[in-house]
Design a protein around this ligand. Structure first.
Ligand SMILES: [Zn+2]
Length: 459
């Protein structure tokens, strides 16, 4: 049984990094073969060694799994079940809370989740993050600015004089963030889009021209195309993005041509459609993820809570060969309740709003069923009557919804730094209880878009 190390060792990271880089360049069919082999091993391991899966899977089900398509017969794992399960029920034999490290999601979904990783899992995790940055154009000479709430352990490679990290604390006042940013003179930015956009706004307001940022790697909540262009144009930087989560590491990341390719050799991604059918790496619906390299706490068919749209690879990049995540169409919790009780996905409305090029940022507040108040931050040259135009378009899309659109200059992020697309308000106008502490317990990492060592979270 492995023990947790108190220092980060470089050898496993280098070894895993080489393997990840090799596998990601394989043709899709070969990655699927690796996926099938790892999946069979994982399901057997889970059934043999994890109490939860010994109870919920039958031997016949386990034997029946040959490829990802065979997973459809197995139960899914939702966040609430995982949240409520005692660690001993989910941990594989030989692993305990002492010899694994916890990573906790922010709870922005309302249900904070703690996953536990072994030292071997962590070696793979770190290599994955490093590859996220390398594949997105990181050079050894880059100065990286992480925009995040809490502090983190320094990366081991920093000690070798490369990968200099600068932490821009997003829980500090904006002026302080801007000063930290200017002092760091970063060339590679990593963080939540809305946080980076706020800094750009302030730099522009001050009339500061800032050169030298080559790449902005976005993770976390989605940005309107206008807001994204606003950030990238200011820096003259290229746009890169990762789709990741604390529980399953990196699911997809952009290639040089800007497509978000799936990481087929490391994860099984299923899409559950609204009619209940499931397809592998294809279609629109709720994403189910099985992270294949996970010895301490295997999660099979895990409901991450996002809706995605995935389609076959038609990317001209020539680098990646896997299907492409076209859109992460929002957490399935980001839903608006109509007066008749029906639920709309927030994106149903937000896509209409984003079509207005003057909209820089937006948030949909729901004070009561059947009513929404849309907050929009508009570009400086936007005419005042644009809010009326937006209101009309939203009503056309969602008749029966009581819609008001209000122009604002600030949308308040949640404690974890992210802006919720849909925020349900209690009758007093307060935010509904989120059901858990935000990043308090050892997850310096947000639910999604963490780009650094999630697993180095204090335990
Ligand atoms: Zn590509």
């Amino acid at each position: 049984m492995s023990r947790l190390r108190s220092t980060i060792s470089l050898a496993p990271v280098a070894y895993n990094l080489a393997m990840i880089r090799r596998q990601e360049r394989l043709p899709h069919a070969e990655q699927l073969r690796i996926q099938s082999r790892l999946l069979r091993e994982l399901v057997r391991h889970a059934h043999a060694d994890v109490p939860h899966y010994r109870r919920t899977l039958t031997a016949a089900q386990v034997e029946g799994v040959r490829t990802a398509h065979d997973l459809a017969g197995l139960p899914t794992l939702d966040r609430l079940t995982l949240h409520d399960a005692p660690a001993r029920d989910m941990l594989a034999a030989g692993f305990t809370t002492e010899n694994t490290r916890a990573a906790t999601t922010s709870g922005s979904s309302g249900i904070p989740i703690t996953v536990r990783n072994s030292e071997r899992d962590l070696g793979y995790l770190r290599a994955t993050y490093l590859q996220d940055m390398l594949a997105n154009g990181l050079r050894p000479t880059d100065r990286i600015a992480y925009f995040r709430v809490m502090s983190f352990l320094r990366h081991p490679l920093e000690r070798f004089g490369i990968l200099r990290n600068h932490h821009i604390r997003t829980d500090r006042p904006l002026d302080e963030q801007v000063e930290a940013f200017l002092a760091a003179r970063p060339t590679f930015l990593i963080g939540f889009p809305n946080v980076i956009a706020s800094i750009v706004d302030e730099l522009k307001r001050r009339g500061v021209t800032h050169e030298g940022v080559r790449t902005v790697l976005f993770g976390g909540e989605r940005l309107t195309p206008t807001a994204r262009a606003h950030v990238l144009d200011y820096f003259g930087a290229s746009h890169r993005e990762v789709y990741a989560s604390v529980e399953v590491f990196t699911i997809a990341r952009t290639c040089p041509a800007g497509s978000m390719h799936l990481r087929t050799s490391d994860l099984v991604v299923e899409v559950e459609h609204d009619d209940g059918t499931v397809s592998v790496e294809d279609g629109v619906g709720e994403i189910l993820v099985t992270r294949l390299r996970s010895e301490a706490m295997p999660l099979i068919r895990y409901r991450l809570g996002d809706r995605v749209r995935i389609s076959p690879n038609d990317c001209p990049c020539g680098v990646a060969t896997t299907p492409i995540v076209r859109e992460v169409v929002g957490r399935s919790q980001d839903r608006i309740v109509a007066a008749d009780g029906r639920r709309y996905y927030g994106d149903f409305i937000s896509t209409v709003i984003q079509d207005f090029s003057q909209v820089v940022r937006l948030q949909i507040l729901q004070p009561r069923p059947g009513a929404v108040e849309v907050l929009v931050i508009l570009s400086g040259d936007a005419p005042d009557d644009v809010t009326a135009d937006i209101e009309r378009e939203v009503r056309r899309r969602a008749p029966g919804l009581d819609v008001t659109v209000r122009r604002t200059h600030r949308i308040t992020p949640e404690a974890n730094g992210k802006i919720k697309l849909v925020k349900v308000l209690t009758p007093t106008g307060e935010r509904a209880p989120s059901g858990g502490p935000a990043s308090a317990e050892g997850g310096p990492l947000p639910q999604k878009g963490r780009m650094s060592d999630v697993a180095e979270g204090n335990d």
